[in-house]
Design a protein around this ligand. Structure first.
Ligand SMILES: Nc1ncnc2c1ncn2[C@@H]1O[C@H](COP(=O)(O)OP(=O)(O)OP(=O)(O)O)[C@@H](O)[C@H]1O
Ligand SMILES: [Mg+2]
Length: 445
């Protein structure tokens, strides 16, 4: 495999080391290397790399630039909210802080080109300089002339410089209608299940054998692959649940070779974790950074149960519970559940026999805000005044996608919501506030 990464300008040993760090991306790395050429050779003015999230775009580029020790600047278009920051970052990385300080207060593109050329005449490029633009799709929202200029920066500054754009979006959606220089395009396809297995299995745990870890990854992918193919997300899940997987081994109940027993032990946990794949306080990107910082004390990834990890404010929990009840109970039953002295409701009337279909099978129904609040005030014991904070908590729940707002934008005065969480989830939330939700659900009477 490593044979794909070959170039007469680099030692074979070094390229092999690079290839080892780029499993399943040898083809793309090989193409890139041949476009980039040797360090002293002139390279293509701009390269456009696209592929879905976590398809290894940044990983491959940085591994190549770092391991081959090529001069480069990395700019995140998310961080650079203005072109001034972007220019500063590039000059700083390529020429040092003196060059960056030459930029005027709100620099134009021509200021940047002028300073670049000036610096370049002092220190002409011995090796190709690379400028990597992360999340390049954001460049489309910046100055209209910025993207066309970056694509042909090589010509503008007359330097051996290559701009590499990394994006999740295809080039067709970038091309300005006024036309521009066409970059060289390179696609990073999604990883297949087998490739994910191969990459994830590399993270094996120091105190367990590589085979055990590999079979663990196999189980993990068996459960999660249908809902999540994001390498970052999967890696996070793998680390999170590994200690649970090893529990029977540590207790000495099971031998490493008995994968079936291990599978039986971990499967329910993984299924549970599945409900909250994307639901947690730290995103997988942040988690990755934390991991890197904590690399010293390896192994001890704090096991966080997926449910326990959704920390909501006290009243938000009740709001969510009320929303769940409003979504799954028919409105006519509210009186029976939530009015203390509701008078006599004849049981036969209340439980209509022909209503066989479970509301849970039908899915959540939309409800208006006043019904939500009515249920909320009834389930929350202590009296709370309807304050702005209750409303802002509702909108936070919508932002967290625990509630979904339905209906049209023109119904500003009468918004309707749906509860978007599962029964297991709401039961876990209810337990934390000692509320027995099952007693209040019409389906379970
Ligand atoms: N082939 C691979 N081998 C090992 N690790 C990989 C590989 N591809 C990706 N990764 C790891 O997966 C994570 C995500 O990859 P990367 O940041 O390169 O994705 P990306 O394509 O740049 O995604 P985004 O579009 O979100 O920026 C990184 O931690 C990276 O180290
Ligand atoms: Mg990236």
């Amino acid at each position: 495999m490593a044979a794909l990464l070959q170039h007469p300008c680099y030692e074979e040993e070094r390229l092999r080391r690079v290839a080892d760090k780029l499993p399943c991306r040898e083809v793309q790395a090989g193409t890139l290397l041949s476009v980039m050429g040797g360090p002293e050779q002139h390279s293509f003015p701009s390269i456009f790399i696209y592929g879905h999230r976590a398809s290894g775009k940044s990983h491959v580029i940085h591994m190549l630039l770092r391991e081959l020790e090529l001069p480069h600047a990395t700019v995140s278009c998310v961080e650079c909210v203005s072109v001034a920051l972007l220019f500063e970052q590039v000059l700083l990385s390529l020429f040092g802080c003196d060059a960056a300080s030459l930029l005027p207060r709100s620099p134009s593109l021509s200021d940047f080109v002028r300073i670049y050329r000036q610096q370049c005449s002092h220190s002409p490029a011995v090796q190709t300089r690379y400028i990597v633009m992360e999340k390049a799709e954001l460049l489309r929202d910046m100055d209209a002339n910025l993207l066309p200029a970056l694509l042909r920066l090589q010509e503008l500054v007359q330097d051996n410089v290559t701009v590499i754009l990394l994006s999740e979006i295809v080039w067709d959606k970038f091309r300005p209608n006024t036309g521009c220089f066409e970059p060289l395009q390179l696609h990073f396809p999604d990883y297949s299940k087998g490739e994910l297995q191969q990459i994830l299995a590399q993270d094996s745990h120091p105190s367990y054998s590589a085979e055990l870890y590999s079979s663990y990854i196999n189980i993990l992918l068996g459960v999660f692959y249908s809902v999540c193919r994001d390498l970052r997300e999967l890696r996070h899940l793998a680390a999170l649940n590994f200690s649970k997987f090893c529990e029977p081994l540590e207790e000495g109940k099971v031998k490493e070779s008995d994968t079936h027993k291990l599978w039986r032990n971990i499967e329910p946990h993984l299924k549970k974790a599945m409900q909250t794949v994307y639901l947690r306080e730290v995103s997988s990107v942040q988690w990755e950074q934390l991991q890197q910082m904590e690399e010293k004390d390896t192994g001890a990834v704090r096991g966080l149960s997926a449910h326990a990890h959704v920390e909501l404010p006290y009243y938000s929990k009740f709001l969510l519970i009320a929303a769940y009840l409003a979504s799954y109970n028919p409105a006519r039953t509210d009186k029976r559940f939530f009015v203390k002295h509701h008078g006599k409701v004849r049981k036969t009337n209340f439980l209509k026999k022909h209503e066989k279909t479970s509301n849970h099978l039908l899915g959540p129904k939309p409800f208006p805000l006043d019904r939500l609040l009515a249920i909320f005030y009834s389930v929350v014991d202590s009296r709370v005044a309807p304050t702005a904070s209750i409303f802002s908590q509702i909108s936070s729940l919508v932002t967290l996608q625990l509630l979904a707002q339905v209906g049209h934008d023109d119904q500003i005065d009468a918004p309707k919501y749906k509860c978007a969480v599962s029964l297991d989830f709401i039961r876990a939330i209810s337990r934390t506030v000692n509320f027995d939700i099952v007693k209040y659900l019409y389906d379970f009477l």
